[in-house]
Design a binder for this molecule. Structure first.
Ligand SMILES: *Cc1c(COP(=O)(O)O)cnc(C)c1O
Length: 426
């Protein structure tokens, strides 16, 4: 063995895993169990009191899921991670740990449509108030800060337009405001962008997308960067104040630079209950083993398809940050030099009807609401994912009536281009 640090592809395959100590099984087994036997009564008591680490019940921890958590934490460069049932569950766990009724958080307007709904509707029932800001006008984040602000939330590469966010500029605003920066890194994956290196304090993912990569399992995860001081000014009492249900311990004092992950697990996940199934953790772990190969191919295919569309007579515009001349090309070169991802939008000269026509006539592309599958996917956001938004909100979210979103898969790029070409002519 050498003492060099393992590279990204090596970590994708090995981080967190070792041969099973009892059977020698080389891939991580699926520990399909709800519960775990205690050694004795003292062991049980110390587990329940957070005095020792170990498994109690799969709603809180599971050995298959633990490998997934350690692996994603390693790939993102964080101290610890908590996996859960979906990307939305991860967002719920993060905000439930940080916010109290009446608190505010600032979020980029350009987000996954489901996140816009979650923040506008479900979160309101908890008294958590979203204040929207514009990633194209970084100062709008600064202007949105109030004494009630507890966090800032952005996507690294934003859905649906594939636009690249200036993470460092917004991280500076978060740091000056004394609040954590949360980055949804789903569309980039840590292969393209590692937000913690640019100032993120918490990273969240929908594991359903590129990390799992095969469109077969829901999952989500939050990663603790270990960078934020939660006890500075009493704004995050879940982390800084004594916990009555755990013998009065203070989580940051006890767990240091992975206190946020502990809090999200033993306060939020324990009580909200959005655990991931061990089988899904297994499938997602298997997906992650090929992450670097897949995402590079996704990006290379996406660039070829974007180039084809940009010269097509039926196409009004293409937003792909990987194309020279794109508004976000310089940000893409800075933050995602290996490629600008595989999700992007383009506009049809024929507007709404042309969008419906295109999704109806493709044969290789699947018309569905997902991204980050091996298969190429197409959707017309105005009539589907973003249909619940007003026309003004649609436009602000990059999902106007003429917009089509693609998630480019791993097929031969010539076949993808031929399918789009015939459907655009149909
Ligand atoms: C899909 C997605 C989510 C939500 O994840 P689920 O696993 O579907 O709950 C959040 N953010 C982004 C960017 C997504 O693409």
């Amino acid at each position: 063995m050498t003492d060099r640090l393992p590279g990204f592809s090596t970590l994708s395959i090995h981080a967190g895993a070792q041969p099973d100590p009892t059977t020698g099984a080389r891939t991580t087994p699926i520990y399909q169990t709800a519960s775990y036997v205690f050694n004795d009564a003292d062991h049980a008591a110390s587990l329940f009191g957070l005095q020792s680490f170990g498994n109690i019940y799969t709603r809180i921890t599971n050995p298959t899921t633990a490998v997934l958590e350690e692996r994603v934490a390693a790939l993102e460069g964080g101290t610890a991670a908590v996996a859960c049932a979906s990307g939305h569950a991860a967002q719920m766990l993060v905000f439930h740990t940080l916010l109290q009724p009446g608190d505010e958080f600032i979020a980029a307007r350009r987000l996954y449509g489901g996140s816009i709904n979650q923040f506008n509707h479900a979160f309101k029932n908890f008294g958590w108030n979203v204040v929207w800001a514009d990633t194209d006008d970084v100062e709008s984040f600064q202007r949105a800060v109030t004494p009630k602000t507890k966090a800032i939330f952005i996507e690294s590469i934003a859905n649906p337009g594939g636009t690249v966010t200036d993470i460092e500029a917004i991280a500076t605003i978060a740091r000056n405001a004394g609040v954590p920066l949360i980055v949804d890194n789903t569309l980039a994956s840590p292969y393209l962008i590692r937000p913690i290196e640019h100032g993120a304090d918490i990273v969240v993912h929908s594991l359903t997308k590129f990390l799992g990569g095969h469109g077969n399992s829901l999952g989500g995860i939050l990663v603790d960067a270990g960078t934020f001081d939660w006890s500075r000014d009493g704004r995050y009492p879940a982390l800084s104040e004594p916990r009555p249900e755990y013998h009065g311990i203070k989580l940051q004092e006890t767990f240091g630079n992975f206190a946020f992950a502990i809090a999200a697990r033993v306060l939020a996940l324990r009580d909200i209950g959005s655990a991931i199934s061990p089988f899904n953790s297994f499938l997602i772990l298997t997906g992650i083993e090929t992450l670097s190969l897949r995402v590079q191919r996704h990006c290379d295919n996406a660039k070829a398809v974007a180039e084809f569309l940009s010269t097509h007579p039926a196409v009004a515009w293409v937003n792909y940050a990987g194309l020279p001349g794109d508004r976000y090309h310089n940000l893409a070169r800075k933050y995602a030099p290996k490629g600008a991802g595989a999700v992007f939008t383009f506009g049809l000269k024929g507007g709404y009807d042309a969008g419906i026509n295109l999704v109806s006539n493709v044969t290789l592309f699947s018309h569905l609401a997902n991204v980050g599958d091996t298969r190429s996917l197409i959707i017309h956001p105005a009539s589907t994912t973003h249909s619940q938004l007003s026309d003004a909100q649609k436009a602000q979210a990059g999902a106007g009536v003429d917009v089509v979103r693609l998630s480019i898969g791993l097929e031969d790029k010539e076949d993808l281009i031929a399918d789009l070409d015939q459907a655009l002519k149909a």
